[in-house]
Every structure is written in structure tokens, then in C-alpha cells.
Design a binder for this molecule. Structure first.
Ligand SMILES: [Zn+2]
Length: 302
């Protein structure tokens, strides 16, 4: 890595975000000491439904944006090829190019944290689906009468294993007198689990079981060679991994369980940024036959 920089957005307006990205790119080119014409392109990873082929952000739950032609907007400011994709897809690319997914043709990357996401690699290629929405595993339904999800439905996987859910469960445990404090941060819940609080340990065991069932379903559906579990939620791996693995073993069909590797990989924030940059590298090393899959073709740059 030649240079890195972190920026913060003052608000959630699109023009603010565009200006911030353009400023960071210009500053990074300067910091890295490279000539502007050596910049091969910009890769952007975003949470939400991203149509990577068209370069359009279909829906961003975080920003509340819909159908934003983000790649085109950034090209008009930066005059280099711009590639955008879902951030879990870009993380999956990092694993494929530099991480534990190297040389593996069929694998899944599942991230747990504020939400739940998944990147799918089939036959060595990232599988995005028709409009880029493949991998929204967090919104598969566990219980239609379950808790309200941010997506508008009820009882999605996310409402059982994501950080906000853990805090809700902890609050309920506190109300029953099973926890000494009414925790407001996941770090506090983790500290209680480390101290051996039975209610905190029970919450993580439940998460391990729910994730284990989901992963068994995925193995039965897709028969991957490897599953990588990542995201800040895996800081609790010590408390959920055993239940997770036991649940997977219980539910995977006989004949599918052999030779599948489940890895827990703690990836840093840098890995997500590197994944976005990998979008440019991936295009560069594609054979010309496949190169036009993602927008934009260089000739379309204004
Ligand atoms: Zn949902």
C-alpha cells in the first residue's frame, strides 16, 4: 500500500459524498507521489444493493439513496474508470486475490456486524445475480413473526445475529435481572461474556446456533469448498464458534460435509478498502472477452 487516508462525511447528501471521495482521491494521488496519468481507476465498495455492471447504487439503506448512477458521477469528476460494488463483494475479492480464498473456485464470505452480508464465488467468479443483489443472506426469513427488521420485513436473520439484536437481547436479560448492567455497547456485552456471565454466554451460543443453521443451509444449497466468516461480530468468535461448528455438523447432509473448510478471518478496515481497489485490478487482469462486464468502458469516459 502506497498511502491511506480516512475521511468522514458531514451529512448524508450525495453531493457531500461525491466531493469527499474526489477530495480523498486527489489527496491520495499526491501523498503516494504518483503521476496523475498513472492512476488506473477508482474502486468503490458500498453497503446496499449495487448494480456493478451498470455502475448504479440501486438502494443504500444507510444513506437512503435510490438508483444513483455513482460510477458515472465520479467519472465526470475524476476522468478515470470507476468501478463500484457491494462492500461484502469487494471484501470477497480481497480474499480471492490476497487472502484465504486464493486458488479456491467455490467459496462464500459471510460478514457479521451491524448487519449480515455474503459474497459468493462460483467457478472462480464473483456471483452478483441479475441486478447485483445476490448474497442478501441477512434478509432471509428465520421467523415471519420475529422482530422487526430495518428492511421492512419481520424475523430476518439479521434481527437474530447482528449487533443491534445482541444489545436488545442483553437489555431483556438485564430487565430479568440476569445481567449486572444494562449494556449499550457490544464491547460491554463481550466483557460480560469474558467474565463468564451466563446470560451473555447464552446470547452468543444462540447466535452461534442461528448462524450454524444458516451456514448448513448454504452448504446444502451451494456445496462450496470453503466458508470464510468475517466482520466485527467475529470478535465474539471465542463464545460462538463451538456452537456454530456443532450446529453446522448436525444439519449438513451426509456426503456434503467432507472437505469443507470453515474459517474465521478477522479482517481489518484496510481489507475492505483494499477490496474496493481490487475491483480495478480485477478488471485489469481480465481477458478482453470478459473485460466489459463492469461499467465503464474507458472509451465512455467523458
Ligand atoms: Zn430484513
Amino acid at each position: 500500500m502506497l498511502a491511506k487516508q480516512t475521511g468522514y462525511l458531514e451529512n448524508q447528501r450525495l453531493d457531500t459524498a461525491i466531493d469527499a471521495i474526489v477530495a480523498v482521491v486527489n489527496s491520495l494521488v499526491e501523498k503516494a507521489g504518483i503521476a496523475r496519468d498513472k492512476l488506473l481507476g477508482l474502486g468503490v465498495g458500498l453497503a446496499g444493493i449495487v448494480d456493478a455492471r451498470e455502475g448504479t447504487l440501486r438502494h443504500s439503506p444507510i444513506f437512503g439513496w435510490r438508483d444513483v448512477p455513482l460510477a458515472g458521477l465520479l467519472i465526470s469528476h475524476l476522468h478515470v474508470p470507476v468501478y463500484i460494488d457491494n462492500d461484502v463483494n469487494t471484501l470477497t475479492l480481497t480474499e480471492q486475490l490476497f487472502g484465504v480464498g486464493q486458488g479456491i473456485d467455490d467459496f462464500l464470505t459471510i460478514t457479521i456486524g451491524r448487519g449480515v452480508g455474503m459474497g459468493i464465488v462460483v467457478n472462480g467468479q464473483l456471483y452478483r445475480g441479475r441486478h447485483g443483489g445476490a448474497g442478501e443472506i441477512g434478509h432471509t426469513v428465520i421467523d415471519p413473526d420475529g422482530p422487526q427488521c430495518e428492511c421492512g420485513n419481520r424475523g430476518c436473520l439479521e434481527t437474530y445475529v447482528s449487533d443491534p439484536h445482541l444489545l436488545r437481547m442483553a437489555h431483556e436479560a438485564f430487565a430479568r435481572g440476569e445481567m449486572p448492567t444494562d449494556v449499550t455497547e457490544v464491547d460491554e456485552l463481550l466483557a460480560l461474556a469474558r467474565a463468564g456471565n451466563p446470560a451473555a454466554l447464552a446470547i452468543y451460543a444462540q447466535v452461534g446456533e442461528t448462524l450454524g443453521r444458516t451456514i448448513a443451509n448454504l452448504i446444502n444449497t451451494l456445496n462450496p469448498m470453503e466458508i470464510i466468516i468475517s466482520g466485527e461480530g467475529m470478535r465474539a468468535a471465542d463464545f460462538l464458534e463451538e456452537t456454530l461448528r456443532a450446529t453446522v455438523a448436525r444439519h449438513v447432509m451426509t456426503g456434503l460435509s467432507g472437505n469443507i473448510e470453515i474459517r474465521i478471518d478477522f479482517m481489518s478496515d484496510d481489507a475492505w478498502a483494499r477490496g474496493a481497489a481490487s475491483l480495478v485490478l480485477q478488471e485489469l487482469f481480465k481477458t478482453p472477452l470478459y473485460r466489459s462486464e463492469l461499467t465503464p468502458a474507458i472509451s465512455s469516459i467523458p
